[in-house]
Design a protein around this ligand. Structure first.
Ligand code: NDP
Ligand code: 8X3
Length: 251
């Protein structure tokens, strides 16, 4: 029987690449996001790889919708083997004393509370079955703050704490927990961070070859496909010429 993976935020960037990588390796896929049409396009691409695909359209901040989606899964989709908590992003790069309240709420509600909701909904089944893998997409931003990163960095520090906490809480089971911490990855991330300012977003990746969603999907799959007795706890993956969240050498 094929294994089942659920990727949140599979409509773009890292999540989309993870969905492809897992499908290429034979996982039946549950892909989620808020954009129905985009999700259907991706589902068709994944089906062409020979796997079954279920799309779930909901906002991870909407706990009721998330609960209805997961509790309403058809019987044959309920035994999720891999949960990739990827949905998230950054909004703004203002100093902490000038940040936007709404941006803060969106980041906290998505990156922390949305990830927690998905974990709370999916992991009990993994514990009961004594198997499963939770991959949280954290960030180098969770290791140390950088200028203007304040609240985003705090949410990714929280992802580290929640990954470590979950790993402790499931240590009596065969469930594994991995925190993937990417550096600069060229996706829609910066366009969203700068509220649609494409030129400013492009500037983030100037003078350095950034990572791609595919690069991150490779490390997700490395962790997921490790032998059963191996738990890859964390992977920090940076672009060459990037030394940390704030040290980037550009040419
Ligand atoms: P993208 O903007 O390309 O993708 C973000 C994905 O998250 C989309 O599929 C989007 O789907 C989904 N999403 C966002 N908010 C919600 C929500 N409220 N409910 C459901 N889905 C949501 O960015 P990335 O691929 O770069 O980001 C993916 C993850 O990787 C994020 O957690 C980000 O913090 C993290 N990351 C990114 C890095 C980078 O440099 N790009 C580096 C380190 C970590 P939709 O719009 O359809 O809802
Ligand atoms: C995304 C990477 O360094 O732009 O988490 O915050 S960074």
């Amino acid at each position: 029987m094929k294994k089942i993976a659920l990727v949140t935020g599979a409509t773009s960037g890292i999540g989309e690449a993870c969905a492809h990588k897992l499908a290429e390796n034979g996982y039946n896929m549950i892909v989620t996001g808020r954009r129905t049409e985009r999700l259907e396009t991706i589902a068709a691409e994944l089906r062409a790889l020979g796997v079954e695909v279920l799309t779930l359209v909901f906002d991870v901040r909407d706990r009721e919708a998330a609960t209805a989606a997961i509790q309403g899964l058809p019987a044959e989709w309920q035994e999720i083997d891999v949960l990739v908590n990827n949905a998230g992003g950054a909004l703004g790069l203002e100093p902490e004393y000038q940040g936007d309240y709404e941006d803060w709420d969106t980041m906290i509600d998505t990156n922390i509370k949305g990830l927690l909701t998905m974990t709370r909904l999916v992991v009990p089944g993994m514990v009961e079955r004594d198997r499963g893998h939770v991959v949280n997409i954290g960030s180098v931003a969770g290791d140390a703050a950088y200028g203007g990163g304040n609240v985003y960095c705090a949410t990714k520090s929280a992802v580290k704490a929640l990954s470590d906490g979950l790993r402790i809480d499931v240590a009596h089971t065969r469930v594994r927990v991995t925190n993937i911490k990417p550096g600069l990855v060229e996706t829609n991330f910066s366009v969203i961070r700068f509220h649609g300012d494409k030129e400013r977003a492009d500037g983030v990746y100037k003078g350095i070859q950034p990572l791609t969603g595919k690069d991150i999907a490779e490390s997700v799959f490395y962790a997921v496909s490790a032998p059963e007795h191996v738990q890859v706890a964390e992977i920090l993956i940076l672009a060459t010429h990037q030394a940390s969240g704030s040290v980037i050498h550009r040419s």
